[in-house]
Design a protein. Structure first.
Ligand code: CA
Length: 226
């Protein structure tokens, strides 16, 4: 899951990036409305957290332009003051949720999870054989035993589990798992897939390499699969 954070308060932005990265999200952080406008037009984000009070064009204007382009990216608005006027305007412009500063990180994280869930699917768990990915807790379980995984490994598994039966390209994985600030080695995705494949194979879940295309987890018990 890739999130765009637009916040010009550097201290707050750094804290949010840390918290979201720890929760296994990929985060791109920028600090102006102009950059937000460009980023949202160019990248398929799963969610944007948008401060209203930005230098240059405001968060509300970014939101207006986004919805004018018919983009459905979920938007969580942030503002320094909980003024009824801003809130109503934001919701009218198509924001999905609203958080007034100051807020607690767990509340922000809960709202992020709720918005991503709304976008992704109706049920919070994805099952694959005896494996279960809990999208709320962001953990993977095997017969209710949690499996020890890094944030990046969890992000890859979530991405693949949401696309079981479909080939996921290396480019898509790179886009979803690595932000602009990340120093991505050319073989980073291969190394990550190799690690996750090793961890999943003992649980009856195989990540196949489809040469020249990407990676695939077959539907379980699909006729003709192995
Ligand atoms: Ca601000």
């Amino acid at each position: 899951m890739r999130i765009l954070l637009v916040e010009d308060d550097k201290v707050l932005a750094d804290a949010l990036v840390r918290a979201l990265a720890q929760a296994a999200y990929t985060v791109d952080a920028i600090d102006t409305g102009e950059l937000a406008d460009v980023a949202l037009a160019q990248h398929p984000y799963d969610l944007a957290i948008l401060d209203i009070g930005l230098p240059g064009i405001s968060g509300l204007e970014v939101l207006r332009r986004l919805r004018a382009r018919k983009s459905l990216v979920p938007i969580l608005l942030l503002t320094a003051f909980d003024t009824l006027q801003d809130r109503v305007k934001g919701l009218d412009l198509g924001a999905d949720d609203y958080l007034a500063k100051p807020f607690d990180l767990p509340e922000l994280e809960a709202r992020v999870r709720a918005l991503l869930r709304r976008g992704a699917q109706a049920t919070p768990d994805i099952e694959y054989g005896d494996l279960r990915f809990d999208t709320v807790a962001r953990r993977l379980y095997h017969r209710d035993q949690p499996i020890d995984l890094s944030a990046r490994e969890l992000a890859l598994i979530e991405l693949m589990f949401l696309r079981v039966g479909r080939v996921v390209s290396k480019e898509h994985i790179t886009n979803q798992l690595y932000g602009w600030g990340d120093d991505v080695a050319p073989n980073a995705v291969e190394v990550l897939v190799y690690r996750v494949r090793k961890k999943l194979e003992s649980f009856g879940c195989e990540i196949k390499t489809i040469r020249g295309m990407g990676y695939l987890i077959e539907r379980p018990n699909e006729p003709g699969a192995d």
